[in-house]
Design a protein around this ligand. Structure first.
Ligand code: GDP
Length: 197
């Protein structure tokens, strides 16, 4: 297993420095119905059955996996624990504080979810004012061309205002989903490198 390699700084508890290969805690945020479950299914490897939530190695809401990005392994712990409707405020706050990085999802077919993503971005900034926490704004469901309510340029402009990266994806078509995860790892590595310098 790669985690026994001597080049790895292992870390288990929150607040410890994250080693070169992670594990990085990546949190999925976004309104209900935007595709968070679909994203975690793809990550967990249950992509052929988007509704399936049984993954042998993972829980329903947490999945840890090693992926290779630019030839280097990285371990991601993906947290799909956000529940905007039923969670208490403290649970949401906890969510906002536990991530090393955030995938902030909205659906391009749902303008309300786009506005919600902006609100979440503002809340994130409030919880992590001084930190350069990597965030990617993700416009999902780009396959639903005729139901689109949010344009690509609006998404891009929003990401520029909120100082985060931007990508459009389709979990249904498995388009750009891994690119989003890979982009996340690249940002985490950049942050790590600048902290080491
Ligand atoms: P969550 O509430 O954020 O976890 O959203 P889900 O992952 O449960 O997705 C809500 C619904 O949208 C489900 O019926 C999914 O199959 C569907 N869905 C998710 N991603 C996509 C996508 O990229 N394209 C299309 N057409 N449907 C999607």
């Amino acid at each position: 297993s790669w985690s026994s390699s001597d080049s790895v700084i292992s870390t288990d508890s929150a607040g410890e420095p994250v080693g070169p290969g992670g594990p990085y805690r990546v949190v999925l945020l976004g309104a209900s119905g935007v595709g968070k479950t679909a994203f975690s299914s793809i990550f967990a490897g249950a992509a052929d059955s988007m509704d399936s939530d049984d993954c042998e190695l993972c829980g329903d809401e947490v999945c840890e996996k090693e992926i290779k990005v630019d030839g280097e392994p990285a371990t991601i712990t993906l947290l799909d624990t956000w529940d905007a409707e039923t969670d208490h405020e403290w649970a949401q706050e906890h969510c906002m504080q536990t991530g090393d990085a955030y995938l902030l999802l909205y659906s391009v077919t749902d303008r309300a979810s786009f506005l919600r993503a902006s609100e979440l971005r503002i809340t994130l900034r409030r919880f992590r004012p001084a930190q350069h926490t990597p965030i990617i704004l993700v416009g999902n469901k780009c396959d639903l061309v005729r139901r689109r309510e949010v344009s690509v340029s609006e998404g891009r402009a929003c990401a520029a205002v909120f100082d985060c990266k931007f990508i459009e994806t389709s979990a249904a078509m498995q388009h750009n989903v891994w690119e989003a995860f890979h982009g996340m790892v690249r940002q985490l590595r950049l942050r790590r490198d600048s902290e080491e310098a």
